[in-house]
Design a protein around this ligand. Structure first.
Ligand SMILES: O=C([O-])CC(=O)C(=O)O
Ligand SMILES: [Mg+2]
Length: 221
C-alpha cells in the first residue's frame, strides 16, 4: 500500500479483533503477540516503515536517526528483538513524529518518556516501557527491510492496524480482501448482538449468524 492516507482511510472503523479474525479465516499470520497499547483509546493504521536494531558493545550506538526518512502517514515498526532492558524510542522522537504527521509507532522492545508521548497525543504500542536509554546499547542495523516479530514476517509497506487490543500487520497485497472480510465479520457480530437485544438467547443468536466459524479457515475454493 503506497498511499499512507488510503491505508488509514480504508481501516477506519476496523478493529484489530476483526482484522485478526479475517486473517485467521485466510490462514494468514499477522497478530503481533506481546505488543500492547501504551494508553487506551488510541488507534492508528497505515503502511509500515520498518526499522531493525542490533546490540552494540560499550559505546557508539544510538536511537532514532532514521526518523527524518519516515513519510507522513506511515506507522513505524521497530524490531529490537523484544529487548526490554533499554529503549529504542523516547519523547523527542514522539514530538518529532507528531509534528511530521507520522501515524504511530509499534515497538518489539521498550520506549520511554511516555508522559511526553501522551501530552503530544502520539500513539505508541510496545512490549514495555523503561527509562534506560538504548544510546550506547543498540544501533540501527537496517531500515525498510523485512522484519520478523514473534514469528510474523512483516514487509515495508504492509498495512499495520493498531488499537486498544494491540497491533496486527496485513500483507499489502491482501489488504483489500482482509478488510472486506473484517467488515463482514463486524456486520455479523453486530447482528448477533441485535438478535440478543431482541430477545434471542446468545446460543440462538450465534447459531443463526454462524458466529463460531467466522474466523475458521475456509477451504480454498
Ligand atoms: O533514548 C531514547 O530512548 C530517546 C529519547 O529519550 C528521546 O527521544 O527523547
Ligand atoms: Mg528522551
Amino acid at each position: 500500500m503506497s498511499d499512507p492516507t488510503a491505508a488509514s482511510r480504508l481501516a477506519a472503523g476496523l478493529s484489530t479483533a476483526s482484522v485478526s479474525d479475517a486473517l485467521d479465516s485466510l490462514g494468514l499470520p499477522g497478530s503481533l503477540h506481546g505488543i500492547g497499547a501504551l494508553r487506551q483509546g488510541q488507534r492508528t493504521a497505515g503502511p509500515v516503515f520498518t526499522v531493525t536494531y542490533e546490540p552494540v558493545g560499550e559505546t557508539g550506538g544510538t536511537v532514532g536517526d532514521f526518523l527524518d526518512d519516515v513519510p507522513a502517514g506511515a506507522v513505524v515498526l521497530i524490531d529490537n528483538a523484544g529487548r526490554t532492558d533499554c529503549t529504542v524510542w523516547g519523547g523527542i522522537m514522539s514530538r518529532t513524529a507528531r509534528e511530521r504527521g507520522i501515524a504511530g509507532t509499534v515497538i518489539h522492545g521498550a520506549c520511554r518518556d511516555v508522559a511526553v508521548a501522551a501530552a503530544a497525543g502520539y500513539p505508541i504500542w510496545s512490549v514495555s516501557r523503561f527509562m534506560r536509554t538504548g544510546k550506547d546499547r543498540v544501533r540501527v542495523a537496517a531500515v525498510q527491510a523485512a522484519v520478523t516479530i514473534g514469528g510474523v514476517l512483516v514487509h515495508p509497506g504492509d498495512v499495520l492496524v493498531a488499537d486498544d487490543d494491540g497491533a496486527v500487520a496485513v500483507p499489502a497485497g491482501r489488504w483489500d480482501e482482509v478488510a472486506d472480510i473484517a467488515r463482514r465479520i463486524d456486520r455479523v457480530e453486530e447482528a448477533v448482538v441485535e438478535a440478543v437485544l431482541g430477545g434471542a438467547t446468545l446460543a440462538e443468536a450465534r447459531a443463526r449468524h454462524g458466529y463460531h466459524s467466522l474466523q475458521t479457515r475456509k477451504d480454498p475454493s
